[in-house]
Design a protein around this ligand. Structure first.
Ligand SMILES: Cc1cc2nc3c(=O)[nH]c(=O)nc-3n(C[C@H](O)[C@H](O)[C@H](O)COP(=O)(O)OP(=O)(O)OC[C@H]3O[C@@H](n4cnc5c(N)ncnc54)[C@H](O)[C@@H]3O)c2cc1C
Length: 277
């Protein structure tokens, strides 16, 4: 991308409904040269522009190794995301990026990768799952602990069967409550799934994304189990405007979430999260 603030026209190639309010959109840039030039790392995000409406930060949710297209998984909560939800295949929106540091996959090399995600928080971690599955011998165990409020709030259920198969991934899923829906797996909040796995703490790198309260409880539990703070990474969400560390909308203490994050190691944000974590 030539200018970090310039949105590029991107065509919606496919839309897959994940839940009642969340869908995965497959995009390709209209300009083949811009598309060929574009790449991202797992955990990075784009700014989505809807002309006349505004911009919103959205994580890349697809395999970063895929070159023909990329995906965003978006929950319709407000003006920009609600406007995207009314678009159809073939429509054009603006995208600029990628921004952010992404997940520290280099630090995770050779170690066990523990992914803990809640709700749509699995979106920025799905590229990690696909990356590790593709480069399987470069990592230790891959553990995925995922949960949502109810069965109908689970995202990426289309991937579950593939992720459940085989010895490459240990996958546990839970819901807070069943709400009368068919469900035969775990019930309880996501951090409780840590009881389902046997960790080798010093050799584990934990990547966490979801509601802040879920991330805090997960960090507390991991620390109790002996996972060093340096091995724990969380993705923070803050109101974002420019995404290039100019406007200050996303300040988290002295840090810009857009440039210094959105992924932070636990020691980087421990003080900002406050005592008790
Ligand atoms: C790094 C990063 C990555 C992200 N990745 C994703 C992602 O992959 N997918 C995703 O879906 N989201 C993601 N988000 C969150 C997304 O950017 C925000 O939800 C964004 O605010 C949506 O923009 P919007 O214009 O649709 O919503 P806004 O219109 O800005 O609304 C945002 C919130 O404010 C509330 N609100 C809006 N108007 C009012 C009002 N008048 N009164 C009271 N409340 C109101 C809405 O209910 C909503 O909860 C990410 C955020 C960050 C920082």
């Amino acid at each position: 991308m030539t200018s970090p603030l310039l949105p590029y026209e991107a065509v919606i190639k496919d839309i897959r409904q994940e839940t009642y309010d969340t869908a995965t959109y497959t995009f390709a840039f209209k300009d083949p040269a811009a598309h060929a030039e574009y790449s991202f790392r797992p955990g990075q995000f784009n700014m989505l522009t809807i002309l006349g409406v505004g911009e919103a930060a959205v994580s890349l949710s697809s395999d970063s190794g895929r070159r023909d297209c990329f995906q965003h998984t978006v929950r319709a909560v407000g003006s920009v995301t609600g406007s995207l939800a009314r678009r159809k295949v073939g429509d054009v929106v603006g995208l600029r990026g990628p921004y952010g540091r992404g997940w520290p996959l280099e630090a995770a090399g050779d170690r066990d990768v523990l992914i803990v995600a809640g709700g749509i928080g699995l979106a920025p971690l799905r590229p990690v799952i696909e990356h590790v599955l593709r480069s399987r011998s470069a990592y230790g165990r891959l553990l995925l602990l995922y949960g949502a409020r109810t069965p109908r709030d689970l995202c990426f259920t289309g991937d579950f069967e593939r992720w459940h198969q085989g010895k490459d991934l240990e996958f546990h899923v839970t819901v807070d409550r069943i709400d009368g829906q068919p469900w035969e797996q775990n019930v309880g909040v996501v951090p409780l799934l840590l009881d389902k796995v046997k960790l080798s703490p010093v050799n584990t790198v934990a990547l966490i994304c979801g509601p802040e309260v879920m991330m805090k409880f997960t960090v507390i539990d991991l620390a109790k189990r002996g996972v060093p703070g340096d091995n724990i990474f969380v993705s923070m969400e803050r109101n974002m405007k420019c995404a290039v560390a100019q406007c200050g909308h996303c300040f988290f203490g002295p840090k810009f979430v857009c440039k210094d994050g959105s992924v932070f190691s636990y020691p980087e944000i421990e003080q900002l999260w406050g005592k008790g974590v």
